[in-house]
Design a protein around this ligand. Structure first.
Ligand SMILES: [Ca+2]
Length: 262
C-alpha cells in the first residue's frame, strides 16, 4: 500500500538490538492501533463518573520510525484516523524488507508534519492536519443518561516514543511485526503522574461555560485546575484544564498493547 524507502546500516552498534545482520532478509510489518477504546468507545464502566466516551475521529500524525535502535529507518510521515474500524487488526503503517534477525527496540514520534501523507485518513483530513499544524486531533462525544457533550480538540504536541521494547523475529520465511498502540483513555486521566489515575469527564463537562453542549479549547483553557484535589500536575507549569489535557497527549503512545516506551 505504501512505498517505503529504507536506510539500512549494518554496524556493530546493531548487535545490541538485533542478533544478526546479513543472514538473509525478511519482512517487518508495523501497524498502528487505537484498540476498542478508539474504534468503539470507552465504556461507562471504565470511567469513574459514569460517562461513555466515543470518538468520531482520532487523527494522529506519526513518523520517525526506526527499528533496531535506529539502525533501520522507515521514511515518511503518515496521518491515520484510528476511529476507523480495523476489525482488531490495527492499520498497516509500513511493511519493509529488513535483514533477518531479532528486533527488540522500536522508536517513533507523534508530531505535526507539513509533508505528511495519508495513512488511512482521507485527503481532507490530511490537509487539515498539515494546515493546522496538529499532531493529534479528536472529535467525539461523552454521554451520561440524558446529558451529552461534544468535543473537537486539536493538539500541537511533539512527542518521541522510544526506545519501545518489542519482540519481532524476522526470517526469510516469517514476518516480524510490531504494533504502535495508542491509548485514548489517557486524554481523560485525572492526574498527570499517578500510577493509577481515574478516567473522568465531570470536570471537562463543567467547562461548558456557554452551556451549548460543545466543550471548546477556550472553555477548557478558562477552567483553573489549581484548586482541584485531583488533576495534579507535579512540578509542571500547568494551571488550566486545556494545558492538562494537552500534556496527556504526550503519554498516548505505547507498543504491542500494554508495552511501554522510554
Ligand atoms: Ca461550550
Amino acid at each position: 500500500m505504501h512505498t517505503n524507502c529504507l536506510r539500512i546500516i549494518c554496524t556493530a552498534a546493531l548487535a545490541t538490538a538485533m542478533t544478526s545482520c546479513g543472514d538473509g532478509e525478511g519482512s517487518y510489518r508495523v501497524t498502528i492501533y487505537g484498540e476498542a477504546y478508539i474504534e468503539d468507545q470507552i465504556p461507562a464502566a471504565d470511567v469513574i463518573d459514569g460517562w461513555t466516551i466515543s470518538f468520531d475521529e482520532f487523527l494522529i500524525v506519526v513518523g520517525d520510525i526506526t527499528l533496531a535502535d535506529g539502525a533501520v529507518a522507515v521514511d515518511g510521515w503518515r496521518v491515520f484516523d484510528l476511529a476507523q474500524s480495523s476489525g482488531g487488526a490495527g492499520h498497516e503503517l509500513a511493511s519493509v524488507t529488513v535483514p533477518a534477525g531479532s528486533y527488540s527496540a522500536l522508536s517513533y514520534r507523534v508530531a505535526p508534519n507539513a509533508d505528511a501523507s495519508a495513512g488511512n485518513a482521507r485527503d481532507d483530513q490530511v490537509t487539515m492536519m498539515r494546515d493546522a499544524g496538529y499532531s493529534v486531533f479528536v472529535t467525539g462525544a461523552a454521554t451520561r443518561d440524558a446529558e451529552s457533550y461534544s468535543f473537537a480538540w486539536g493538539f500541537t504536541t511533539d512527542t518521541s516514543y522510544g526506545p519501545c521494547e518489542t519482540s519481532a523475529e524476522v526470517s526469510e520465511s516469517a514476518e516480524g511485526a510490531s504494533e504502535l498502540t495508542i491509548h485514548a483513555d489517557h486524554l481523560f486521566y485525572d492526574d498527570l503522574d499517578s500510577e493509577e489515575p481515574n478516567v473522568a469527564f465531570d470536570l471537562i463537562a463543567a467547562a461548558d461555560s456557554d452551556t451549548d453542549g460543545a466543550i471548546t479549547q477556550a472553555e477548557l483553557a478558562a477552567l483553573d485546575i489549581t484548586g482541584q484535589a485531583r488533576y495534579q500536575v507535579g512540578s509542571r507549569d500547568i494551571t488550566d484544564l486545556w494545558g492538562f489535557i494537552s500534556a496527556q497527549t504526550s503519554t498516548l503512545g505505547h507498543i504491542d498493547g500494554e508495552g511501554h516506551c522510554e
